[in-house]
Design a protein around this ligand. Structure first.
Ligand SMILES: [Mg+2]
Length: 230
């Protein structure tokens, strides 16, 4: 049994800046600035992005903690507005639907999500590209932990609860587009499959030593095999 844990942004879809615009507006409404223009969001959890932006503006961690839930609520509201715009242009990445269909048909794979998005953000983004959130019976989200490396153990425990027996860490396969996706599961012995549809190319992902790297998710059979054999 393998638990295939998919990242969202840069792996399943691109929001074409909608997520960033929503975060910048939530930050501006709460701290008076949208944060540094060169602030990288990829590979990070939503709360980690907020903390980094607020620290950059000189906020102490206690103040960040005090404001966090409000910023996140504003962010989800802004994200919903952004994604409902007719011109949002959210893009489903190639091969994703075929891969999800192929994995779903197998009885030795459980589908899951492992993403820095808070759960409501994850749900909104997937709905926007026509992927039903309920297709992923297992998930660990940015609302479960501020650091990505805390999420794999949560996903493993939820997978165990879902299938009714203990799931080992090395039965978890994390599929994502950044070095953080590749590294985050090492603590539980999870495998990683990197996909170069985000800001990192095949060579830079290979340098992180994942189980496998793919340029995109179009080679359905090869990716299914990599997940099952991981
Ligand atoms: Mg990503």
């Amino acid at each position: 049994m393998k638990v295939a844990l998919f990242d969202i942004d840069g792996t399943l879809l691109w929001t074409k800046g909608a997520g960033r615009r929503a975060m910048e507006r939530a930050l501006a409404a709460n701290i008076g600035t949208s944060g540094p223009a060169d602030h990288r969001y990829d590979g990070k959890t939503d709360r980690q992005i907020v903390r980094e932006a607020m620290r950059h503006e000189g906020f102490a961690d206690a103040e960040v903690d005090a404001r966090m839930e409000r910023v996140m609520a504003n962010y989800v509201a802004e994200l919903t507005v952004e994604l409902e715009r007719d011109d949002h242009g959210v893009e489903l990445l190639p091969g994703v639907l075929e891969l999800l269909d192929a994995l779903e048909k197998r009885d030795d794979v459980v589908l899951g999500l492992l993403t820095g998005n808070v759960v409501h953000g994850a749900e909104c983004k997937l709905r926007c590209v026509g992927i039903e959130f309920a297709r992923f019976p297992v998930g660990a989200f940015g609302s479960d932990g501020e650091h990505r490396h805390d999420l794999p153990a949560i996903a493993r425990d939820r997978a165990s609860a879902h299938i009714g027996r203990p799931v080992r860490g090395d039965a978890c396969v994390i599929i994502g587009d950044t070095p953080s996706d590749v590294a985050c599961g090492r603590g539980i012995g999870a495998r990683a499959i990197a996909v170069a549809t985000g800001h990192y190319d095949v060579a830079s992902l290979e340098a992180c030593n994942p189980h496998a790297v793919f340029p995109d998710l179009t080679d359905t059979m090869a990716i299914v095999r990599a997940i099952v054999d991981a």
